[in-house]
Write a new protein. Structure first.
Length: 157
């Protein structure tokens, strides 16, 4: 039987994590025309996130091959919320040929477990409205839409 494991990311995972980051950026460009082109685009300071005590990056491995990632980052909540802090989910990625196998759910469960151990009782994330596959994956794990962020482009700059 194939074996899936989810473990904390290490600095030795940086090369594969940077590849995942670039794959995410390419996948998200069709959803957001404001993302710059070029290979110098970065979403994350991965080294800093791996070393931060307030962020937990995990990788999913299938038969020794790293096939997915995600992080939970503890953030201060808005002052009017009952909870003072929440975990923000990001860097959710699964290699295309492994999608639809429940890997995202395993990653989410690992991040949720870590967050609860940190005393966090709420998770939040952002997903592009047109990214229906990702939305369905999050909904399967109990996440629900909350607000719709809107924007208006005034100029190309």
């Amino acid at each position: 039987m194939n074996e899936l494991t989810v473990r904390p990311a290490l600095l030795s995972d940086l090369d594969v994590l940077r590849k995942f980051e670039q794959a995410m950026i390419e996948a998200e460009r069709p959803f957001d025309s404001a993302i710059r082109t070029g290979d110098d685009v970065r979403y994350y300071d991965l080294e800093r996130l791996i070393e931060s005590p307030y962020t937990h990056i995990v990788v999913a491995e299938w038969e020794g091959k790293t096939i997915g990632s995600g992080y939970a980052r503890i953030e201060s909540s808005k002052s009017y919320f009952r909870h003072r802090k929440h975990s923000y989910l990001g860097f959710m990625y699964v290699v295309s040929e492994y999608r639809g196998k429940g890997i995202n759910k395993w990653i989410l469960e690992a991040l949720e477990t870590w967050s609860v151990a940190q005393g966090i009782g709420e998770m939040r994330l952002e997903v592009y409205l047109e990214n229906t596959a990702a939305i369905k994956a999050y909904e399967k794990s109990g996440y629900a839409g909350l607000v719709l962020e809107m924007r208006k482009r005034l100029a190309d700059n």
